[in-house]
Design a protein around this ligand. Structure first.
Ligand code: ATP
Length: 355
């Protein structure tokens, strides 16, 4: 329902011109929880502001249900934003804050009262309707900001790092709450975060951004299990990188006669020959039978984490490789620092990275 079609945004002009969005495209479905994930400065907020209408794109088009949004000023778009700072009115009560947008839209009094009551119930703030927003906690302010943004029933809600001001425990609670609200209202959420865990746990799909570009779009599991390039693999979770030689049909030769079936990226091109592969630490295991194993390393550290143990190895070319194994009495004392070990994986857990 939202089509972001080859959108670029350049700030300034001449030698100081800066490209904040570089030919970005994505299609976001109705009622989808869609997350823009990337490091600070990658263009997430700029893209959100382009959708809201605060930063018109330099080129490209944004369409909502097929209509070009560029001619519509922000207040005429069926889109609302929840900012990181909440931007509540401190001198107004909770209920007055939630009613504000509806009053601006000149909705009838009875409808406003009914909607405010509904929204406060939805965010579980009915009991605090008459408190001033300066007299409630950060988490409660967050709920009021959400209720205020949801009240006019926008088609799309844009959320710019809305949980970043909350402490860890409250943040976890609000993650679940937000997901529930999105599900109950059926409104499309476009959520900005630089927190990979938050993106993985909340989203239907994630767009991973870097330096003004979208590098990969997919469901959390796709992005985690099949990162298409090094930046994505590195930004989300822990990843090991190593080299191999790609033959036919995703078969990769690791040397010593060992060949593995690896995954080719869903989009983009990979030429046969030398390739870089990525494998998650929990998808590899170790063996002391090293004769026919192509990938070997010297164990240089064993780190115990209670539920699992991380084995740090150094590969012959000097790269580091981490294997994560769930703890089991049989594994205790099995390997020693200084030992050369083979690194083994199942078929299809190693991802070939795009050229
Ligand atoms: P963060 O997570 O830190 O908020 P972000 O991914 O949201 O980062 P943006 O705010 O979209 O990043 O900014 C992208 C880039 O565009 C940054 O390098 C920023 O300095 C630049 N930028 C943003 N707004 C302007 C502006 N009005 N004029 C010039 N450059 C800008």
């Amino acid at each position: 329902m939202i089509e972001i079609d080859r959108v670029s945004k350049v700030f300034g002009s001449g030698p100081t011109a800066f490209t904040a969005l570089d030919d970005v495209s994505a299609t976001i479905g109705r009622s989808e929880f869609f997350t823009l994930l990337g490091p600070s400065g990658c263009g997430k907020t700029t893209l959100l502001r382009a959708i809201a209408g605060f930063h018109p794109p330099t080129s490209g088009q944004i369409r909502l249900d097929g209509d070009d949004l560029s001619t519509k000023p922000p207040f005429e778009r069926p889109v609302n934003t929840v900012f990181q700072s909440y931007a509540l009115f401190p001198h107004m009560t909770v209920a007055q804050n939630v009613a504000f947008g509806l009053q601006m839209l000149k909705r009838p009094r009875a409808e406003i009262d009914r909607t405010v009551a509904e929204m406060l119930a939805l965010v579980q703030m009915t009991a605090m309707a008459d408190r001033r927003t300066s007299e409630i906690s950060g988490g409660q302010q967050q709920r009021v900001a959400l209720a205020r943004a949801l009240a006019p029933r926008p088609k799309v809600l844009l959320l710019d790092e809305p949980l970043s001001a909350l402490d860890f425990k409250l943040r976890k609670e609000m993650q679940i709450e937000l997901k529930r609200l999105q599900h109950e209202t059926g409104i499309t959420f476009i959520f900005v975060t630089h927190d990979q865990e938050e993106a993985l746990t909340m989203s239907d799909r994630i767009a991973v951004m870097n330096a003004g570009k979208i590098l990969q779009i997919g469901a959390p599991r796709d992005i985690y299990d099949h990162p298409a390039e090094r930046f994505v693999a590195d930004f989300i979770g822990d990843t090991n990188f190593f080299e191999g030689t790609l033959g036919d049909g995703g078969m990769v030769d690791l040397g010593n006669g060992t060949t593995i079936q690896a995954c080719l990226p869903a989009a983009g091109h990979v030429a046969k020959g030398a390739v870089t592969l990525a494998v998650r630490p929990e998808h590899a295991r170790l063996t002391s039978e090293t004769d026919s194993i192509g990938l070997k390393g010297v164990l240089d550290n064993i780190v115990y984490f209670g539920t699992d143990t991380h084995y740090h190895l150094k590969l012959p070319a000097g790269e580091h490789f981490i294997v994560r194994r769930q703890n089991h009495p049989d594994l205790q004392g099995m390997y020693e620092v200084g030992q050369t070990l083979g690194i083994v994986f199942e078929a299809n857990v190693a991802q070939i990275l795009r050229d």
